[in-house]
Design a protein around this ligand. Structure first.
Ligand code: CLF
Length: 292
């Protein structure tokens, strides 16, 4: 850790494998309780029942909070190194806030020490950030791909906010305002905020250093620049791939400004285990849910 890292930050990161590479021996479990999404990103194609694909938004099952809790108990028994429960979709954690909240409460009751980690596009943060803090969430990831609504209009097809579908720059601006407002609030409450940025060649790649600058100003702890995975069936299916060299050069450049993540695995919404080893397949279908 650098000298200026506070004791509080060290405690919050020392057992979280995403926030600290040194914590690689610890496991995380994603509970897929959040199927709905409130924005449409052009790079996304959320497939359920996908056993072999590994990328964000993919899961083999969606669970109720009660089902997720049962699965958590099974996983906890098998993985004594389980330290983090993440809610990362397959849609948006906060677009399914009731389910997210219930799942957190159930896990918290069982183990008040378990780290709860949320990943969101940030649209609903102004509504729910305060409650997240009250629920004891101290790690939040917000995906902020751009701070320019013009670029945002090319990345987001629509944004569904307060009963309206917003498109183009209007939608991107609302999303951006809410992301930055939420980030600033959470950081001011001591929540460690990681900002994920999807690098899309020819769209936001040259603009990413500005994004890093802005989110640092708002209190982000680190950024995680990830390469676009051109998902089959998505609008960006034919977009060019980013090479590892290009990705790491950009990360290196941005690391002069803010801590960067270099070890992201772009995990599934139902990933389980150490980051290096997703063993979610061993637990698929392990809990039965009541039929509707
Ligand atoms: Fe999950 Fe994300 Fe929390 Fe980690 S993943 S919600 S911060 S516990 Fe980690 Fe996976 Fe990369 Fe995410 S390696 S995709 S950064």
């Amino acid at each position: 850790f650098p000298e200026e890292t506070s004791l509080d930050t060290m405690l919050k990161t020392s057992k979280h494998p995403c926030y600290s590479e040194c914590a690689h021996e610890y496991a995380r479990m994603h509970i897929p309780v959040a199927p709905k999404c409130n924005i449409s990103c052009n790079y996304c194609n959320r497939k359920y029942d996908c056993l072999h694909e590994s990328r964000p938004g993919v899961t083999s099952e969606v669970l109720t909070p009660q089902g997720a809790y049962k699965k958590y108990l099974l996983v906890k028994e098998k993985l004594p190194n389980l330290k983090v429960i993440g809610i990362a979709g397959p849609g948006d954690a906060l677009a399914n806030f009731e389910e997210t909240k219930k799942a957190i409460e159930l896990i918290r009751e069982n183990d008040p020490e378990m780290t709860i980690c949320i990943s969101t596009n940030g649209l609903m943060l102004p509504e729910y950030a305060e409650e997240l803090v009250q629920l004891g969430v101290r790690h939040v990831t917000i995906t902020i791909n751009t701070i320019d609504p013009k670029i945002g209009a090319s990345i987001y097809k629509w944004v569904y906010y307060k009963g309206k579908i917003l498109v183009g720059e209007e939608g991107a601006q609302v999303l951006l305002n809410n992301q930055l407002k939420g980030l600033t609030y959470l950081a001011s409450k001591g929540v460690l905020c990681k900002v994920n940025i999807v690098m899309v060649k020819g769209l936001n790649d040259e603009h990413i250093p500005e994004v890093v600058d802005k989110v640092k100003e708002c209190g982000a702890f680190m950024t995680n620049i990830m390469p676009l995975i051109p998902a089959e069936g998505s609008e960006f299916e034919d977009m060019p791939l980013v090479s590892n060299k290009e990705l790491n050069e950009l990360r290196d450049k941005c690391s002069l400004n803010l801590k960067q993540m270099y070890h992201c695995k772009q995990c599934r919404a139902d990933a389980i285990g150490q980051l290096s080893q997703d063993i979610s397949i061993e637990f698929r279908g392990s809990v039965s849910e009541p039929q509707e």
